[in-house]
Design a protein. Structure first.
Length: 489
């Protein structure tokens, strides 16, 4: 009798355990880590031979790394709006740094990703930069450190006395004085306090966005004389259409020409690397806290950057282009049910994050029209098929299509670029004019957005638009047809 009782209690214990596992799998937590302006310069993506990112690398080692992931816009506000709404810029009309999408009547009550999680019983919180500026207002139930980076600057600029936003150098003396450190601290506290479950916690880091400030120890990792420069070909813009200049006509970021004139390219590359390693260390602190909290096995971690960054390639620094340095981004998923140590080379989109998390977390209600595809099949098997390429847009009618083998770009005036990404990974040779590629171009062009939305009212900063009067407008100002390319010609 005693024996039977023991077997019964053992069986009920097993049942209880399996039931709690089922609950755990049904609604895993989400730790959503957004990074600002991080290109493929992380160890596991191999974008720069010297970069040190042990923490993003260990996240990738226990999850799936997408090696061919692309943003939907090479700019903060439109990229983040796209991630958080699951809609393309060509659908929302959010192409520039303004407006916040909620000001557009069509999106006023739209169920964004955090609102969908809240509606499905999740406790939602955010700290640091997740949305761009005011666009994040009211999106999360609990908000920690602010969405903005704050105004603290060193008394004396290191290299850029006038444009302090573009300065770089070893500052502040201690990590703890940086907003990103404080953001990580807020998330760590929250994890230590055993948050209400299930939770959706979004953590957004500013670095390596400009100004490129990090504490001295991160600069010490990269002695300036040893810095390897990214691959730069000085005649590279000879075969890119004039329209390729319009989409970054007058950026605040300096052109390669002026950085080189001051002998500062190595110095800027070094500062970017230092900021990447500083940010990586903050990611590491949160990953440690997650592990220590005992919640790692029931938490999906997704790490992503809103777009890439040029450091001299194609004559520019900054983003706002439709080439790989701007569009290719780190994207890593790790957690329950996700293959560990996997690398997926399928062309995927940041837009896919929303439907992916909705599927992995069994959300019962999400908007009908999410435009991404769930990556769940690729998170089980990195070689699973993918139905379509990745698309990036910058202003209406300027779009790029990226497959595993090619990049095709078409600008609003019809001018084109085509690159063989296997033979020419740095996109040096534009093949668009070669007649033998006509059929390939046509098949790639089939994926371009059709009837793109007009820019939302109030769009301005970084907006490029070919208007019905036949003129191109940069930030709502007309560019004359024979105007010299600023700071280049
Ligand atoms: Ca950004
Ligand atoms: Ca070229």
């Amino acid at each position: 009798m005693k024996k039977i009782r023991r077997i019964v209690s053992l069986l009920s214990l097993l049942l209880l355990l399996s039931a709690s596992c089922a609950v755990a799998q049904e609604k895993p937590n989400v730790l959503f880590i957004a990074i600002d302006d991080l290109n493929d310069w992380i160890g596991c993506l191999g974008g720069h031979p010297q970069v040190k990112t042990p923490n993003l690398d260990r996240l990738a080692a226990r999850g799936t790394l997408f090696t061919n992931a692309h943003c939907q816009s090479p700019l903060c506000n439109p990229s983040r709006t796209s991630v958080m709404t699951g809609l393309r810029p060509s659908t929302t009309g959010i192409y520039s740094l303004q407006p916040a999408f909620r000001t557009v009547p069509a999106w006023k009550d739209y169920v964004s990703m955090p609102r969908a999680f809240a509606a499905n019983g999740y406790a939602t919180s955010s700290c640091g930069k997740v949305y761009h500026g005011a666009a994040g207002k009211g999106e999360f139930e609990t908000v920690g450190t602010p969405q903005s980076i704050g105004r603290r600057r060193p008394k004396e600029r290191f290299v850029s006395p006038k444009a302090s936003r573009l300065d770089w150098g070893p500052w502040p003396p201690q990590d703890a004085q940086q907003r990103d450190y404080q953001t990580a601290e807020w998330a760590i506290q929250k994890l230590q306090d055993k948050p209400q479950e299930p939770f959706f916690m979004a953590v957004g880091f500013f670095r390596p966005h400009v100004p490129l400030y990090a504490s001295p120890k991160w600069f010490d990792l990269y002695p300036e004389q040893s810095i390897v420069l990214p691959p730069i070909r000085r005649d590279d813009r000879n075969d890119t259409p004039r329209f390729s200049w319009y989409i970054h006509w007058a950026l605040p970021e300096p052109r390669l020409k002026s950085i080189e004139a001051h002998g500062l390219l190595k110095s800027k590359v070094r500062a970017y690397l230092a900021c990447v390693s500083f940010m990586d260390a903050q990611v590491g602190r949160i990953l440690d806290a997650l592990e220590a909290s005992g919640q790692q096995d029931n938490t999906i971690v997704v790490g992503w950057s809103d777009h890439g960054y040029h450091l001299g390639e194609k004559e520019i620094t900054g983003k706002n282009t439709l080439w790989d340095p701007s569009t290719r981004v780190p994207l890593i998923f790790a957690g329950p049910g996700i293959a560990a140590g996997a690398r997926c080379g399928r062309p995927v989109e940041l837009l896919d994050i929303y439907p992916t998390l909705a599927e992995l977390c069994n959300l019962q209600s999400t908007p009908d029209r999410l435009e991404g595809l769930s990556l769940a099949p690729l998170l089980k098997d990195a070689d699973a098929p993918r139905a379509r390429p990745a698309v990036t847009s910058h202003g209406p009618g300027n779009d790029a299509v990226r497959t595993e083998t090619h990049r095709y770009i078409r600008y609003a005036d019809g001018s084109e670029e085509l690159y063989d990404m296997l033979a020419d990974p740095h996109e040096y040779t534009n093949l668009a004019d070669q007649p033998q590629h006509a059929a390939l171009k046509k098949s790639l062009a089939a994926h371009l957005p059709k009837n793109p939305a007009k820019p939302a009212p109030g769009s301005n900063a970084r907006l490029v638009e070919l208007r019905e009067d036949g003129h191109v407008y940069w930030q709502n100002e007309r560019i004359e047809k024979d105007a010299k390319i600023p700071h280049y010609e």
